[in-house]
Design a protein around this ligand. Structure first.
Ligand code: ZN
Ligand code: ZN
Length: 246
């Protein structure tokens, strides 16, 4: 279980980038080679990064294979490198991987909102509130059933293609609901991602999320969801994050 000292100081949090895709994720650019990612992070002065490639429903052993391959390519470096994965909670209490990955991986970044993917359950109620409730229940099932380290782009509505006005989804959560689920995760030592792209795209919601999280004592980890080398340096987003979140 990865756990850092709790802080709400963005300048501290951006020293980590806990969400990076390598060429082992089909969606990452070919430049996302392990040595080049590490070198970029070192040059930026980051102190810790996490490799978080996607899992795959077709290839159950993909996560373990990726881990082995990444470890084989890691040399000595100044930056601490965690080899984890972005793991799918693709329905309430439904997961692509067995629990072994919770034991094997350095960093378990669980996602509940890849609704654009064919193996993802859609809620029965397809309204904005239906999606919000679904994501809350999915998060709850991760907390109850898995040893997650963090939630990837939590509550981010961008992958719900059937509702054009995505703000209706983020507005469908009450402050109490967000506070309750964030507090519950914190008791299980699960962090909440400050996903830079999600924050820049939905600033009002993530301001609320950060403020509520602070109130309930949530743990936050920064992740840029880097698919290209220019997104590895999380420090470049510090000023924008401060403007939105503080
Ligand atoms: Zn994702
Ligand atoms: Zn990702």
């Amino acid at each position: 279980m990865f756990f850092h000292e709790k802080t709400y100081d963005i300048d501290e949090l951006v020293k980590f980038n806990m969400h990076i895709h390598t060429t082992f994720s089909g969606c990452a650019k070919p430049e996302m080679l392990i040595p080049d990612i590490v070198k970029t992070a070192e040059e930026a002065g980051l102190t810790m990064i996490a490799m978080t490639d996607h899992d795959g429903i077709q290839k159950k052993n993909m996560v373990a294979e990726n881990r082995k391959n990444i470890l084989a390519q890691l040399g000595d470096s100044k930056v601490k490198v965690l080899v984890g994965a972005e793991l799918s909670c693709n329905g309430i209490g439904k997961f692509v991987n067995d629990e072994w990955c919770d034991l094997e991986m350095d960093y378990k970044l669980y996602t509940m909102n890849h609704f654009h993917v064919s193996f993802w359950d859609q809620p029965e109620d397809l309204s904005p509130r239906g999606y919000a409730v679904q994501m809350l229940k999915m998060a709850e099932s991760v907390i109850e059933l898995r040893k997650a380290d963090c939630f990837a782009h939590p509550f981010m509505p961008g992958y719900v293609k059937t509702i054009p006005d995505r703000d209706l989804i983020t507005e469908a959560y009450t402050d109490n609901e967000l506070g309750d689920i964030m507090e519950k995760a914190t008791k299980s030592e699960i962090a909440w991602e400050l996903n830079t792209s999600a924050i820049l795209r939905y600033p009002d919601f993530y301001h609320r999320y950060f403020q509520i999280g602070k109130e309930v004592g949530a743990i936050f980890n920064v992740g840029t969801d880097a698919h290209s080398l220019d997104k590895v340096n999380s420090k470049q987003f510090a000023d924008e994050l401060k403007k939105i979140l503080y």
